[in-house]
Design a binder for this molecule. Structure first.
Ligand SMILES: Cc1cc2nc3c(=O)[nH]c(=O)nc-3n(C[C@H](O)[C@H](O)[C@H](O)COP(=O)(O)OP(=O)(O)OC[C@H]3O[C@@H](n4cnc5c(N)ncnc54)[C@H](O)[C@@H]3O)c2cc1C
Length: 504
């Protein structure tokens, strides 16, 4: 390895983001490099990132992790989507189900045909054509790439898992690959003195409470909300999006499992926020995310406690946050990954995905000791696009509500939204058109479900769909539902699937 190569990587922080970074860097770039992770047990980890989205499977697969080992170790369950209750209007619910809905014909996406059928008087629901939704509502799960003998895709899934156990699992994995763990608290970050050289202000080392200095070429800030390196030391700056995403607090509490093991996350809207319910094998994760301008901490806690379905297993914990992102995720020789890089609130379970995306991007743009600015700029540009697209998707849930039963929901209806989201809504409202832009995370089917689920209906249908007669359209739709219903009918129960294939 030549002298220009990065040889010492120092990761500060051992939550999900720190250990995900350590594991993937060790797996892909570990040869000839020392990877060191510093974490402090006295500070601990946040430990509430429990719901994920399907790309997490790519991450685990790239590490070569055995899925059954992972599910056993982290007490995971399978996740087919998120059910949103009382969001569009009180008493209504819909699901953002993963995977496809129906099947498009030629250039024309399925939802246009469904809209045309509605216009002709068909009363089927949009989610009648979602395999994931039908399986979720029947508490069924199996692994299936494609529905056999048809062109329809199978089950798309992610996991619910215990975040503390996931970090622990990845720690063992990383240590086996040679990652060195240091227990200790970083009390100082030491920067290169200003000499007019390109590495002015670079991080040279961090000092621990016991006086030890840990030096490195590349530093990864995984210190969570404290953003010790990227912000406290490098003063990178933060773009605050709380005017668009006003949630700023959460209270979380685990409860005993009772009842069936559902294969989806529940998101239940309340007076000034929403509650999550995440089923794991050994317990249920619950939390209430709220806006402190519209409800007190005590009232928010009571709302959560009044809506728990099992016995509490620990005292409720409170978290404070500001939605937004760092102005640069990569600054000098420091890359922020995880909560140190920003936070968009947990509504669509995207935080761990952003961790995964940053790690992958860092590997693709991995620097040498020159830290070429073009690589750094590209990393920051792509990261900003990721954050902004997800931000818009989350805002849509709040803005497109018909609820006016509290000051909070009235304010949501009047929310000024980013132009990029307004354009998406306008395109959908006119002819139901949705475009996936710049490799954005959420698919057209995801956007369609939230638009329709929140009560936005296009004014006109796509003219291509009028080429089918009423009979042809009915036949097309009936075929789809009969395939989906038959497939779900043959699937095992979610709990039984885990007991048979994954439980310890
Ligand atoms: C209410 C809430 C709900 C969430 N739900 C989800 C979800 O459902 N899905 C999802 O994907 N994400 C979710 N997230 C986000 C998710 O929890 C985080 O992305 C994930 O836990 C990663 O956190 P982290 O590793 O960046 O930080 P942390 O878990 O906070 O870890 C920080 C680490 O830095 C160390 N550290 C800090 N300071 C020092 C120091 N001075 N010296 C040494 N070590 C130090 C700590 O010891 C710790 O190891 C949620 C977040 C919140 C707030």
């Amino acid at each position: 390895m030549n002298d220009n190569q990065i040889k010492d990587i120092v990761i500060v922080g051992g939550g999900s983001s720190g250990w995900m970074a350590a594991a993937m860097l060790a797996k892909t770039l570990g040869k000839g490099r020392q990877i060191t992770l510093i974490e402090s047990e006295s500070i601990g980890i946040l430990g509430v990132g429990e719901a994920t989205i399907p790309p997490i499977r790519l991450f685990n697969n790239a590490l070569g992790i055995n899925e059954v080992d992972f599910i056993r170790h982290t007490q995971a369950t399978f996740k087919l989507g998120i059910q949103f209750e009382n969001w569009g209007a009180q008493g209504e619910s819909y699901m953002h189900a993963f995977g496809d809905i129906g099947r498009g014909l030629g250039f024309t996406s399925f939802h246009h045909y469904w809209l045309q059928a509605q216009k002709m008087g068909n009363s089927s629901g949009f989610w009648d054509y979602s395999l994931n939704y039908q399986a979720a509502k029947a508490n069924k799960f199996t692994k299936m790439e494609q529905i056999a003998g048809t062109p329809l895709s199978g089950i798309a899934y992610a996991y619910h898992f215990d975040a503390v156990l996931y970090a622990d699992f990845l720690r063992k994995f990383s240590e086996q690959l040679g990652v060195k763990r240091i227990e200790g608290k970083v009390v100082e970050t030491n920067l290169q003195a200003s000499t007019g050289a390109v590495d002015d202000g670079f991080i040279r080392s961090v000092t621990l409470e016991n006086g030890e200095h840990v030096t490195g070429d590349l530093f990864i800030d995984c210190t969570g909300f404290s953003a010790l390196l990227i912000e406290k030391a490098l003063k990178t700056g933060f773009t605050d999006w709380s005017h668009w995403l006003p949630m700023d607090r959460a209270i979380a509490v685990p409860t005993e499992s009772n009842g069936e093991l559902i294969p989806y996350t529940r998101s239940i809207a309340h007076k000034a926020g929403w509650q999550w319910q995440i089923p794991l094998q050994h317990r249920v994760g619950n939390g209430h995310v709220y806006c402190s301008k519209y409800t007190s901490d005590e009232e928010a806690k009571q709302t959560l406690l009044n809506n728990l379905s099992g016995k509490m297993l620990a005292e409720p914990r409170m978290f404070k946050f500001t939605t937004g992102m760092r102005k640069k995720l990569w600054n000098k020789n420091c890359v922020a990954i995880g909560l140190s890089s920003g936070f968009l609130e947990p509504l669509e379970s995207t935080a761990l995905h952003l961790v995964q995306a940053s790690i992958t991007r860092l590997i693709i743009l991995f620097p040498d000791k020159q830290f070429h600015q073009a690589d750094v700029d590209e990393f920051n540009r792509q990261s900003t696009v990721d954050y902004e697209k997800i931000r818009d998707f989350i805002i849509l849930h709040y803005r497109a509500t018909k609820r006016d039963d509290s000051a909070f929901w009235q304010a949501c209806q009047k929310l000024e939204i980013p132009e990029s989201l307004q354009q998406k809504i306008d395109l959908f409202k006119s002819h139901g058109r949705i475009f996936r832009e710049q490799n954005e995370l959420f698919s057209e089917a995801a956007w369609q479900q939230v638009m329709l689920g929140q009560g936005l209906m296009p004014k006109s249908v796509h003219p291509v769909t009028e080429q089918l007669s009423r009979e042809q359209l009915e036949e097309f739709l009936n075929n789809l539902t009969s395939i989906i219903n038959k497939t779900v009918g043959n699937m095992p129960d979610h709990g039984d699937f885990i007991a048979k294939h994954c439980a310890s």
